[in-house]
Design a protein around this ligand. Structure first.
Ligand SMILES: [Zn+2]
Length: 312
């Protein structure tokens, strides 16, 4: 029996249910909390997170994977409080973000082995004194290519996966999914347990998807609703075409929403739909117009995550 670490403890993989693979309960830009003027209203933030997670549950979502890496202020204790307040399952991440927008020098200067040891510690022993174990590894590459620090971080993620068996999910910003897949699998990651994220960050050629999929990894249309990057009709048409080719089991759907943003809300987030409920609601309706049935979407949201966390 495979299990997955949720913030509330281990869960049998077959109990994941309908799962959004890339969301954020809370997030902040790297280093924001070094600014002494930043003060947070914990009660208000928690109430907002709980309300949005309750709405997700009411829309049929059983599990949310929080893709926030360490350096974007992943707050495992807050995530656990929110999960238990809303009575929903949440898996939190270990992992590090891009060199440009994330990693402080403490992490940048670690060897691949030291980074892998850090990830494994958070996946097996837990995160600080919280007693919470991460359940997934999140890594990222920059908009203009893969830097040396990011390559090392990807290699560390592959090593940590080999030691723990957990999935690796990624952030891409304008391509480089092929490079990520090759670095990860070249360093020993199991292709079926890798999900290359944000392939829908902007319009990408069909060849981009083919080249990533040919490495054996999975791809995620995980910015559904962020139409500033790509119209949802285009996302839906691309997902439908991949399903027509029999690739429904390699494609993940999520929305990269943030329940509680810390600091200024970015331009694209201003126009974002309500967090967590859009995939099962309006986006499901758009998919249906392109011939993707509710049953197919349900299976992609249930069987695919179970496979990624399971034997894959
Ligand atoms: Zn994200």
């Amino acid at each position: 029996m495979h299990t997955v670490n949720t913030v509330s403890g281990p869960l049998a993989v077959d109990q994941l249910g309908v799962t959004l693979m890339h969301e954020h309960v809370c997030m902040a830009s790297a280093g924001m909390f070094l600014d002494s003027r930043v003060q947070l209203d914990h009660a208000a933030r928690l109430a907002l997170a709980v309300a949005r997670l309750q709405a997700a549950k009411a829309s049929g979502i059983d599990t949310v994977v929080d893709a926030t890496p360490i350096d974007l202020h992943r707050d495992a204790a807050f995530i656990k409080e929110a999960a238990e307040g809303a009575d929903i399952q949440i898996v939190c991440s270990t992992g590090l973000y891009t060199e440009e927008h994330g990693q402080p020098s403490h992490f940048k200067h670690m060897s691949a082995q030291q980074v892998s040891d850090l990830f494994v510690h958070e996946l097996t022993d837990g995160i600080g004194a919280t007693g919470i174990r991460a359940g997934v590894i999140k890594v990222a590459t920059s908009e203009h290519g893969v830097t040396d620090v990011e390559r090392k971080t990807l290699e560390a993620a592959a090593d940590a996966q080999a030691r723990t068996g957990v999935p690796i999910i990624t952030h891409t910003s304008a391509g480089f999914g092929v490079e990520q897949a090759k670095i990860l699998t070249g360093a020993g990651a199991t292709p079926g347990k890798v999900m290359i994220g944000h392939v829908d960050h902007k319009y990408s050629s069909w060849g981009y998807f083919e080249r990533i999929l040919r490495t054996g990894v999975n791809i995620a249309f995980d910015r559904c609703g962020l139409q500033v990057f790509l119209p949802d009709t285009v996302r839906a048409a691309l997902i439908a075409a991949l399903i027509d080719l029999g690739l429904h089991d390699r494609v993940f759907v999520s929305m990269d929403s943030v329940c509680v943003q810390t600091g200024p809300v970015s331009e694209f987030e201003k126009d974002a739909p309500e967090p967590l409920t859009y995939v099962a609601g309006d986006f499901a309706a758009i998919l249906a117009r392109y011939g993707v049935s509710a049953a197919t979407l349900q299976s992609m949201l249930t069987a695919n995550p179970a496979r990624l966390f399971g034997a894959a």
